[in-house]
Ligand binder design. Structure first.
Ligand SMILES: NC(=O)c1ccc[n+]([C@@H]2O[C@H](COP(=O)([O-])OP(=O)(O)OC[C@H]3O[C@@H](n4cnc5c(N)ncnc54)[C@H](OP(=O)(O)O)[C@@H]3O)[C@@H](O)[C@H]2O)c1
Length: 333
């Protein structure tokens, strides 16, 4: 093994007596798995799941010490497979990366070749991580929504609008010609959301305070919901006939409490989005759309760049719902 005697840096989470602490540590290469490709990581990114893993959520990560990071992009330094050669740039997102396999908050990862997507020609490594799992999820949501509704059908709502999935969904939908209504808890970010491409902004509390009836006056032709709970309920109740709503997250609540009337009286379609196990053939196609025709004009506008030492403070902000857009980590030079 090329790196037999050297070490690499990783953001490690350790558990002692039920408390979880983080530190940047030197790791031995032998601690990595025996998987097929060793990737030198250039960029990673912060997702909500990473914040959960870094704070000891056993539903995400069973065993500690652990390196979170469900996203990584980098160059292959060792390959024991036929599908990739040393020197190729690859994106690795989701599957088990950063959950129960040491993840992208490190200078190196070792993963099965089946988790890697070749970096599309028109995407830089930095752009790939501005997207990351949030971008893949936004892309999957946009794909499913645009299969069923067109810009002429009416407005599309996006909740959790200043978050990673929300901000990227707004940018992509706007580029595709949809009129987007952003739903946010951050009154101060109205201008930011308009600059991403939203036509209108609704405050989260306004949506939470909608009437409790089973069906409400239609406001939207469709929606990308990233928060769940009461916001998702009220979006479904205000979606018009034959509308479509995608659902990927639960930062507000994993529960919805509503009747079947929107589905049986308006023909609403509710589509679940699961990026973690999204099959590779569809995954490559979404990455290619993100690299070419869907790439927002100012992809950079959604992103803040940090390094491993800044990570803990950003994780805390993310858990409080206070982060804006995408946070990417520059790992290697
Ligand atoms: N199913 C999948 O495959 C998949 C993939 C990726 C992410 N996800 C999930 O999707 C969700 C969003 O991910 P993300 O990466 O965009 O996270 P994020 O960057 O942390 O954004 C979440 C956004 O939700 C809003 N929010 C926060 N707390 C809230 C609350 N209590 N009630 C209502 N809204 C709240 C905030 O936006 P505003 O202040 O603008 O409202 C926040 O910025 C997470 O639940 C994540 O786990 C799922």
């Amino acid at each position: 093994m090329v790196h037999g005697n050297s070490t690499f840096k990783a953001f490690r989470i350790e558990e002692k007596d039920g408390n979880y602490t983080s530190a940047v540590k030197e790791m031995e290469f032998g601690t990595l798995s025996n998987d097929e490709i060793l990737v030198k990581v250039y960029y990673s990114s912060l997702n909500y799941k990473d914040a959960l893993s870094a704070s000891g959520n056993r539903g995400v990560t069973r065993n500690y010490p652990h390196t979170p990071g469900i996203d990584a992009v980098g160059i292959i330094e060792e390959s024991n497979c036929y599908s990739f050669d040393v020197g190729e740039a690859v994106i690795v997102t989701s599957y088990d990366l950063g959950m129960n396999t040491d993840g992208g908050f490190a200078e190196y990862i070792k993963v099965p070749s089946g988790w890697a997507v070749r970096l599309p020609e028109k995407l830089t490594m930095k752009e790939a991580m501005i997207y990351g799992t949030a971008g893949l999820t936004a892309g999957m949501s946009v794909l499913r929504l645009t299969e069923l509704i067109e810009p002429e059908d009416g407005k599309v709502a996006v909740s959790g609008a200043t978050g990673g999935v929300g901000a990227l969904s707004i940018s992509i939908l706007s580029k595709l010609g949809y009129s987007v209504v952003a739903i946010t808890g951050k009154e101060s970010e109205r201008d930011y959301l308009i600059s991403l491409g939203a036509d209108d902004v609704l405050l989260r509390r306004e949506v939470e305070n909608f009437d409790k009836k089973s069906l409400l006056k239609p406001l939207f032709a469709g929606a990308i919901d990233t928060v769940g709970g009461e916001i998702l309920e009220n979006i479904i109740k205000t979606t018009g006939s034959m509308g479509v709503v995608t659902c990927c997250g639960n930062v507000a609540s994993p529960r919805i409490d509503m009747t079947v009337f929107p589905f049986i009286l308006r023909g609403i379609t509710l589509i679940g989005i699961d990026s973690q196990n999204y099959p590779m053939k569809y995954r490559e196609s979404v990455w290619n759309k993100l690299a070419y025709e869907w790439k927002p004009n100012q992809l950079d506008a959604t992103c803040t760049e940090i390094t491993l030492k800044d990570l803990q403070s950003k994780i805390e902000l993310m858990l409080q719902g206070k982060l804006k857009g995408r946070t990417i980590l520059a790992i290697s030079e």
